[in-house]
Every structure is written in structure tokens, then in C-alpha cells.
Design a binder for this molecule. Structure first.
Ligand code: ATR
Length: 278
């Protein structure tokens, strides 16, 4: 739809943000549905985050995405942060609800949707192993723990961080925290293995968070990384007859859930997927 006085502002705040695919994905979707919004990328330095948030408020933006490094710091600058985002400790989506800025997190729900749609798994049958306990792990671990899976093991190089995440999830499911170095003791009975560490991401594409030969045959192996689309871990998993899943769908679905919050309209998933897959 042509930009005019009725057009409302959406966007993403990050630093850096130049390589974000969100503007392309959202604008293609908005155009396809002829909705009166436009989505821009805002490179906001950490020290300017408060002014940027107030600017968005003053300009009456409908909402925006928040990415690295602002996902935690923005929480203190909003009027409200919903329960899930507060527990996860990070906001990736802001909605301006009649002047009130509300923080949410669509990463975990986006991950679950993508996992379900792409692998067709039954969550209630899964014994989960999460590799990593950083920012990316929190939303995904929270969503999985809440989804009715049988149990969760969190393995991290720094055990204290795995312990912290365990305490966040313990009221939701049977959960353990273990050292990544002892992974061979915990991996054999796992049916779903999720890599949330950055190990294997471009340009270090040869690296894997755990040796591939430890992957149980026939398990589902999911890697949040989408550059490259098939990490060495996923390649090795495929060689062992595992079902593989990457982070591309999570990116699309977290965006789609934010889009739905802002526009109130069911997002055109195929358009969004297509926009960022080239
Ligand atoms: P993100 O927000 O992407 O999760 P993060 O919060 O820095 O980034 O977390 C990175 C995760 O990858 C952590 O779990 C980290 O382990 P530590 O908590 O021990 O640092 C993990 N990670 C990064 N590099 C790693 C490596 N070479 N081997 C094992 N784990 C690694």
C-alpha cells in the first residue's frame, strides 16, 4: 500500500542491524495484505536506547522488534512486560497499545511452531537435551518446558548458567543441569536434541558443540543456527538417520507472531518464508 498519512510505523532496533532480514520479510508480508504499515531498521547504540524508545513512543509507532544487544536492557524502559518475557528475561517484540508500550517475547513460541510444523513431532513424547544456557536458550527452553515434554536436560560448558536456567524451569517440568563435558552420560535416552550455542555458526562452520557420533540414532536434532542452513552438527545427525531441523523456521515464526500482534491479521507465512529464503 502506498505510504501516506495513515501509514503506521513498525521496525527493528538493534546494533548492528544492517544485515537484518526482518524489514524485507515484514514489508513483503504487509504489501501482500495491503496493510497500512511500514517496517524500518533502526541502528541504535546502547547508550541511546532510552531516547530511541521515547522517540518511538512520541511518534506513535505501532510496535517494533528488539534484537541484540537490546533484548534485556529495553525491559526497564517499557510500561509493561508480559509474564513470559519477564520469566525469560528478554523482550523481542514491543506493542504500542494506545500509548502503553508492552514488551513480549515471541522467540520461544516461534521456535515451537516451527519445530511442530516442520518435524511433526509429538511434544509429550520427547525427552529433551538442550545444549547451551545463554540468551537464545532461555526462550526455547522455557517454551519446551511449558509444552508438556517428558523431561529436559540442560548441558552447558559453564554449569552455573545451566543451573540458573534449571531453576527457571523447575516448576514446569522434570529438569536437570549438567556439564557439557559429561554429555555422553546423559545423551543416550534423549529423543530431541537442541543446539542453542553459537558453535557451528558462520564462519566457524566446521565446529560442533558435541561430537556427532554421540547423537542417538533416530533422534530429532534441532539447531537454532540458520547461517549455514545445515550446520556440521545437522549434517552428522542426518548421517545417523536423525530428523533434522534448523533455525530458519524459528526466525520466520517469531516474526509472524509479532506481525499478528501489531496488525491483528493472520500473517502470510509463505510470503514471509519466500522473502527471506533468497
Ligand atoms: P546467545 O544469546 O546467542 O545464547 P550467549 O548468551 O553468549 O549468546 O550464550 C552462548 C551460549 O553458547 C552459552 O551457552 C555458551 O556457553 P557458556 O555459558 O559456557 O559460555 C555457549 N558457547 C559458546 N561458545 C562455546 C564453545 N566454544 N563451546 C561450548 N559452548 C559454547
Amino acid at each position: 500500500m502506498e505510504i501516506g498519512t495513515h501509514t503506521r510505523l513498525l521496525g527493528v532496533m538493534g546494533h548492528p542491524v544492517a544485515h537484518s532480514k526482518s524489514p524485507l520479510m515484514h514489508n513483503r508480508a504487509l504489501e501482500s495484505q495491503k496493510l497500512p504499515y511500514t517496517y524500518l531498521a533502526f541502528d541504535v547504540r546502547p547508550e541511546e536506547l532510552p531516547q530511541a524508545v521515547n522517540g518511538m513512543r512520541a511518534l506513535g509507532a505501532r510496535g517494533w522488534n528488539v534484537t541484540i544487544p537490546h533484548k534485556v536492557a529495553i525491559m526497564a524502559l517499557l510500561d509493561e512486560v508480559n509474564d513470559e518475557a519477564r520469566r525469560i528475561g528478554a523482550v523481542n517484540t514491543v506493542v504500542n497499545d494506545g500509548g502503553k508500550l508492552i514488551g513480549m517475547n515471541t522467540d520461544g513460541a516461534g521456535y515451537l511452531r516451527s519445530l511442530e510444523v516442520e518435524t511433526g513431532l509429538r511434544l509429550e513424547e520427547q525427552r529433551v537435551l538442550i545444549l547451551g544456557a545463554g540468551g537464545a536458550a532461555r526462550g526455547v527452553a522455557y517454551a519446551l518446558a511449558q509444552s508438556g515434554v517428558q523431561s529436559v536436560v540442560i548441558a552447558n560448558r559453564t554449569v552455573a548458567k545451566a543451573e540458573q536456567l534449571r531453576s527457571l524451569l523447575q516448576h514446569l517440568t522434570d529438569v536437570k543441569a549438567v556439564p557439557l563435558a559429561e554429555i555422553e552420560k546423559w545423551i543416550d535416552d534423549r529423543t530431541l536434541i537442541v543446539n542453542t550455542t553459537s558453535v557451528g555458526m558462520h564462519p566457524h562452520v566446521e565446529e560442533t558443540p558435541i561430537p556427532g557420533e554421540l547423537l542417538p540414532e533416530g533422534a530429532i536434532v534441532s539447531d537454532l543456527i540458520y547461517n549455514p542452513m545445515k550446520t556440521t552438527l545437522l549434517r552428522q545427525a542426518e548421517g545417523r538417520g536423525c530428523v533434522i531441523h534448523n533455525g530458519f523456521g524459528m526466525f520466520v515464526h517469531q516474526g509472524a507472531l509479532a506481525y499478528e500482534q501489531w496488525t491483528g491479521v493472520q500473517p502470510p507465512l509463505d510470503v514471509m518464508r519466500q522473502a527471506v529464503s533468497t
